[in-house]
Design a protein around this ligand. Structure first.
Ligand SMILES: Nc1ncnc2c1ncn2[C@@H]1O[C@H](COP(=O)(O)OP(=O)(O)OP(=O)(O)O)[C@@H](O)[C@H]1O
Length: 644
């Protein structure tokens, strides 16, 4: 275990010796250094450099030390008990030496508001009139003498040299006692522990920052870069050290930070990366307690927000559609009609709207239509409208001219509509775009011509438009979130893809196709599904549709040592999916009796969180529940071991 390195700075030899003795008695390993007002800063710095985690400073030194070292400090002051002791001594002396106590006054010379308050309170309680002399170290002999002469009976003082006191008045020092010292050590330990916890959190936070694919840069209010993750370094072809050498790094010069740092605005700017690649940079103010203390920049490679990445990977030549209608597997009569309609639609130039839940194959259909159309020789440009922030989406769709906004490239940039000329643009997640882009989109779709942002030229484009959404657009229209006129323009031709659960007859042929495709890809033997496994495949709800089916089969193929998939294997894989869903989707128990039993017990256990309740609900003994869950866990860990 790591030991805390605590150091105490004491004001005089007397205190130093006392502290050393006390620490020895308590078994505390605390370094004690003695300092005067003159050398306290140098000593604090030395202690910090030698690796002290925290400094306990006598209150008189604390302010000066706190501002010079970066480690935390604890201020050591007399506690309530110490004041009480001084006051009590005073009272005793008065009782012995003075007959008349009414006029007696006590001077408590202390520094620090809380101590002064405590002192006043205590003297009130014990019935002494008080004259508080605060900020004692700053008070000079004349000031003290003046006050003492005003209240000539008694004085209890801390940090006041007795020689300042005249007229033979006794001094009962209010000195830091053992309790206050012990309290300061506790405080110091808490600070070290909190510091360690923070450092651990910071490490965790940094690990997350490093794990993300986005570039992240943090900037303070002086525009100094305080953090930059590896992804950002790679994209900007720089390093945190390099960047930090100059106040406004080269890439920061391209971003007008004033709007963010002075006016708290979030902005999106286009940047050019170290490899001349297009970057999208979101600049967000960092606001603490209502004050902008800096900004966070998240940087994405613009190409990642386009779905055409896969087509670049697969086709090698930019925007290319790879799917054909033959790739769309279905045995469902209604879906076959949809495919037939889609083939017809491919023969005309009208806009097509595809509606369907996630993973139902909207993009396959869009690509197939393109490849089946007269535009098949042209580009297929797919853009995920939900993946781009509004202003970037606008400039990416319609392009911009030089000087249109900060970070705009010298020669301007072609928008995706222009790039899709002679081909098809696929606007996925169309339900997510803002009303202002909807207005612009409507004009482009109606007139088939665009005007770049900041430009004045009308550019005609010959583009087929296919839009897709999983949302209910009429419902968005009713809520005022989608333009009715755009909806009518987009949905001249409509295609509706059914969720997988509504076309069970597709499951066998999809499983067959996916199984063989993945086996070839992963160089594995195709899986064989047992009867209970088929049962589950057919009856599961498949909220992620075909995409989920694909990933379940892929997971099984990777995890399983053999190639026969039992109902249990499948349930476990699906279960891990269900764990992540909070939409109440449940696997209806099925399979063998034992499988069904386990499934039911597991579900009720999850719901009640208690073996006793589960036993009551199911009408069996708690012992039986425990036994059955143990068997189940053993089987589960066997499965896991096999997986590993
Ligand atoms: N009928 C089908 N036949 C074969 N594969 C399919 C079918 N439907 C979907 N897939 C596969 O499922 C995955 C998801 O398909 P796709 O990307 O076209 O769905 P989507 O509806 O566009 O999803 P999202 O709305 O989430 O983008 C792809 O890997 C695709 O190959």
């Amino acid at each position: 275990m790591q030991t805390d390195k605590i150091a105490l700075i004491a004001p005089n030899q007397d205190f130093t010796l006392r502290a050393v003795d006390l620490f020895r008695d308590w078994g505390e390993r605390i370094h004690v250094a003695m300092a005067s007002g003159k050398d306290v800063i140098a000593i604090a710095q030395q202690l910090s450099e030698k690796g002290a985690d925290v400094l306990i400073c006598y209150a008189t030194f604390d302010e000066a030390v706190k501002t010079t070292v970066s480690i935390p400090t604890v201020s050591l002051r007399p506690g309530v008990l110490d004041i009480l002791r001084g006051v009590q001594q005073t009272k005793n002396w008065l009782a012995e030496n003075k007959e008349e106590q009414d006029n007696t006054k006590l001077v408590v010379g202390l520094s620090g508001d809380s101590i002064v308050d405590n002192a006043t309170l205590i003297t009130d309680i014990v019935g002494l009139k008080t004259k508080v002399l605060s900020g004692v170290p700053a008070a000079g002999p004349d000031e003290i003498a003046a006050i003492v002469s005003e209240v000539p009976n008694i004085a209890a003082l801390e940090n006041v040299q007795p020689e300042f006191i005249t007229n033979g008045i006794p001094v009962f020092p209010v000195a830091v006692g053992r309790e206050a010292l012990l309290q300061s050590v506790r405080q110091a330990r808490e600070l070290v522990a909190a510091g360690r916890a923070n450092a651990a959190k910071l490490k965790q936070f940094q690990a997350i920052m490093e794990f993300t694919g986005e570039g992240i840069v943090a900037i303070d209010s002086r525009r100094q870069i305080t953090y930059m993750n590896h992804a950002a370094e790679k994209m900007l072809k720089t390093s945190e050290e390099q960047v930090n050498t100059n106040l406004a790094a080269a890439f920061l010069a391209d971003i007008n930070l004033d709007d963010t740092l002075h006016y708290g605005q979030t902005r999106i700017v286009s940047l050019t990366g170290g490899d001349q690649q297009a970057l999208a940079c979101r600049v967000v103010p960092m606001i603490v307690g209502g004050q902008t203390i800096g900004a966070v920049l998240t940087i994405t490679e613009a190409q990642f927000v386009y779905k055409d990445k896969w087509s670049k990977d697969h086709g090698g030549k930019g925007y290319k559609a790879v799917y054909h209608f033959d790739d769309f597997i279905t045995a469902n009569a209604s879906m076959k009609e949809t495919i037939a309609a889609a083939k017809n639609y491919a023969g005309v130039d009208s806009t097509i709207l595809i509606n369907g839940d996630t993973g139902t194959g909207k993009e396959i259909i869009a690509q197939s239509i393109h490849n089946y159309s007269r535009r098949s020789g042209g580009p297929f440009v797919a853009v995920n409208c939900a993946a781009l922030p509004e202003s970037l989406l606008e400039s990416e769709l319609f392009g911009y001219e030089y000087g249109a906004f900060t970070g705009a490239r010298k020669n301007g940039k072609k928008g995706l509509f222009e790039q899709a000329d002679q081909g098809t643009i696929f606007l996925d997640e169309i339900g997510e775009i803002s009303l202002s882009i909807q207005a612009r989109l409507l004009r482009v779709i109606q007139q088939r011509e665009i005007m770049r942002i900041g430009g004045d030229k009308i550019i005609p484009v010959d583009v087929g438009v296919i839009a897709a959404t999983h949302r209910d657009l009429p419902e968005l229209i009713a809520k005022g979130l989608f333009r009715r006129d755009l909806y009518h323009r987009l949905s001249i031709l409509r295609l509706k893809l059914l969720p997988l659960a509504a076309r069970q007859e597709d499951i066998p042929c999809l499983v067959e196709k996916i199984n063989h495709k993945l086996a070839a890809k992963l160089l594995k033997r195709p899986l064989q599904f047992s009867a209970p496994a088929w049962n589950i495949l057919n009856r599961y709800q498949w909220p992620g549709n075909v995409r989920e089916l694909e990933s379940v089969i892929e997971r099984l193929m990777i995890l399983k040592q053999d190639y026969v998939v039992t109902g249990n294997d499948l349930e476990r894989v699906l279960d891990s999916d269900c764990d992540r869903q909070d939409d109440g989707i449940r696997l209806v128990p099925k399979g063998t009796m034992q499988e069904m039993e386990q499934s039911i017990i597991r579900q009720v256990l999850q719901e009640t969180g208690s073996h006793e309740h589960t036993a009551k609900i199911l009408g069996i003994s708690t012992t039986t529940i425990w036994r059955k869950t143990r068997t189940f866990q053993n089987e589960r860990s066997n499965f896991k071991m096999k997986e590993e």
